[in-house]
Design a protein around this ligand. Sequence first.
Ligand code: ADP
Ligand code: MG
Length: 271
Amino acid sequence: EVDRLSQLEKLQVLGHGNGGTVYKVRDKQTLAVYALKIMHGNTISPQELAILRQTSSSHVVHCHQIFENPSGEVQILMEYMDGGTLDTYRKSHGRLSEDVIADISRQVLKGFVYMCSKNIVHRDIKPSNLLINEKMEVKIADFGVSKIMGHGLNRCSTSVGTCAYMSPERFDTERYGDYDGYAADVWGFGVTMMELYMGYYPFLSPGEKPDWPTLMLAICFGEPPSLPSCSSEKFKDFIKCCLQKDPNKRWTASQLLLHPFVEENSSTVVF
Ligand code: ADP
Ligand code: MG
């Protein structure tokens, strides 16, 4: 582990966000490379830090250390994901095949099952919050608006996350009533997997600029988007299970892991 921050040299900026700036850094002694997220004062969510401190899964970006200094600056030392986000990955590699999407889905869903076991709802699942490395490992990142459920908190506030990937129940709380919040992550996941396959955000035509009020109405009152006819029946059905508008009918991550589209060794007969 790293003793002092001064041991780290900044190599380049990896990304800017609401939370702060993320740098690629190198330990001058061991030459190990990491990602370092630097956040200032009020941009840090205590829940994000709590979640980073207690998660350890091969499907969640690993946090090595957290440095807090008296001025309120927090620096998070994470494992470096050299393939970047699934958003930039798709833009540089083009549309992803069904096989690759099935493999990515399996990893993200296992991450969701792990998060459920820790009572964590991510609330901002989208291509730019899923990171990939050269081993084709995909990991969940950015717990900036996440929540730990329980202790009287059994539903999620509607006001966080990224509009385009929000589930119908997050906009229309009256119709769908109480729900546990985990289902909203499955919705964002379904939209994300469609986008990786189609090459564009599925609620709009390619290149179309979002008009937010219209888009929200489409998510709440329209039919959920479906895959083009050239895709396999298994994949179409998988997306349908993810994009059930009623959160009570939407499949859970554990159920989806048994779906024929992602089920492991489904074509292997073991004697
Ligand atoms: P924000 O809350 O600001 O969106 P993120 O944690 O999503 O913060 O990080 C912002 C960007 O930094 C990401 O979209 C990604 O491009 C880059 N990034 C973050 N963490 C890593 C990492 N561990 N490895 C590589 N790039 C990263
Ligand atoms: Mg982010």
